[in-house]
Design a protein around this ligand. Structure first.
Ligand SMILES: Nc1nc2c(ncn2[C@@H]2O[C@H](COP(=O)(O)OP(=O)(O)OP(=O)(O)O)[C@@H](O)[C@H]2O)c(=O)[nH]1
Ligand SMILES: [Mg+2]
Length: 321
């Protein structure tokens, strides 16, 4: 059957062909549908236009959701998230690369990293998430980065002691982090705010590193600086300190009449109780929990403890539901 399409239809079709944006395409397709003569001969064409319309609308939705993607909102994984903060070229990406299996771009020129990237650092039988970040300085704080710092469980502040600018870096970073209320220091220089941090004196292998560090220590004596280099210096201590910074404990679950699962510990904040542990194992467990048996921190193995018993790192727990 002939379609007998009208000039209005051809006009609308012409608009569709010329449309540059999904919105224009949708408008033109809707017009084509509105003006197409409605009879048996155009049924197939009407169906095609409807399908095309649905596809363009779907594509538009997908585009919108990728537009809403925020590279500075980093999903947490593992025992805790530690976000790096440092001036351009201070060695942030090199450090994350050497502590994890992440393959990040490292270069001798500054501003190599543009958006946060993650790597998982194995430690004891857990994983610590490290977040490499684009550089910042007093003149340039990438928008979104302060949000990444505030969401972190802890911060790793990188100072490049291969350069005499290390003092400027330390002063600059402390100023930015305090002004934006990421960290807070008492008059004595103690941390009194929610985000714990560790400062490292990076590139400690460099010929001028010691001289620069002496000056830094003299002029900013309220901090301790852990000397680190990708050649291995300070790396083991750094791993330990990063883990400690998270303030977590590992708890091993045990089912009745079965050995404990010593491969995959649950991770709790220090001070966590049997009840907190139950909540991690299953969201419904806390309300049914009566007591628990504990091996490790208790006076004797398999001791029955109450729901509010405070657990310690390495405890094995059998929940009594
Ligand atoms: N001597 C020495 N050089 C290092 C060390 N760590 C990194 N570097 C060098 O420093 C340069 C910068 O390293 P990156 O890891 O890209 O630094 P970044 O802080 O990620 O740089 P941006 O992403 O630009 O902020 C590279 O040439 C590295 O090889 C170190 O421990 N010692
Ligand atoms: Mg980098």
């Amino acid at each position: 059957m002939p379609a007998n399409l009208t000039p209005q239809y051809y006009e609308a079709e012409e608009k569709y062909k010329k449309a540059q944006t999904p919105e224009d395409r949708i408008k033109a397709l809707e017009e084509m549908l509105a003006v197409i003569p409605k009879h048996k001969g155009t049924e197939k064409l009407q169906g095609d236009i409807k399908k095309r319309l649905a596809r363009v609308k779907e594509e538009g939705k997908k585009k919108k959701s990728t537009k809403g993607y925020d590279p500075f909102g980093v999903e947490k994984q593992g025992a805790g998230q530690i976000v790096l903060a440092g001036y351009p070229n201070s060695g942030k990406s090199s450090l994350v690369t050497s502590l994890t299996r992440a393959k990040l771009k490292v270069a001798e020129y500054p501003f190599t990293t543009a958006i946060p990237a993650t790597g998982m650092m194995p430690y004891k039988d857990t994983w610590v998430q490290l977040v490499d970040t684009p550089p910042l300085s007093v003149d340039n704080v990438p928008s979104g980065l302060i949000g990444t710092f505030k969401e972190a469980d802890a911060l790793l502040i990188i100072i490049d002691i291969s350069t005499a600018e290390c003092l400027e870096q330390m002063e600059g970073l402390m100023k930015i982090l305090q002004e934006r209320e990421v960290i807070d220091l008492s008059e004595e220089g103690e941390i009194i705010a929610p985000t714990p941090f560790l400062v490292i004196a990076n590139k400690a292998d460099h010929a001028e590193a010691q001289e620069n560090l002496e000056v830094l220590k003299e002029l900013m004596p309220d901090f301790s600086y852990l000397e680190v280099s990708i050649n291995g210096m300070g790396m083991e201590e750094l791993k330990e300190k990063l883990y400690e910074l998270l303030g977590v404990i590992r708890i091993y679950g045990k089912a009745a009449d079965r050995p404990a699962d010593m491969e995959r510990p649950f991770v709790l904040k220090k001070g966590g109780t049997v009840l907190d542990f139950a909540g991690q194992v299953h969201k419904d467990f806390p309300k049914n929990l009566k007591s628990a048996l504990v091996w490790g921190s208790s006076k004797f193995d398999g001791q029955a403890v109450a729901r509010d018993y405070v657990l310690e790192d390495g405890d094995i727990v059998e929940l009594q539901l």
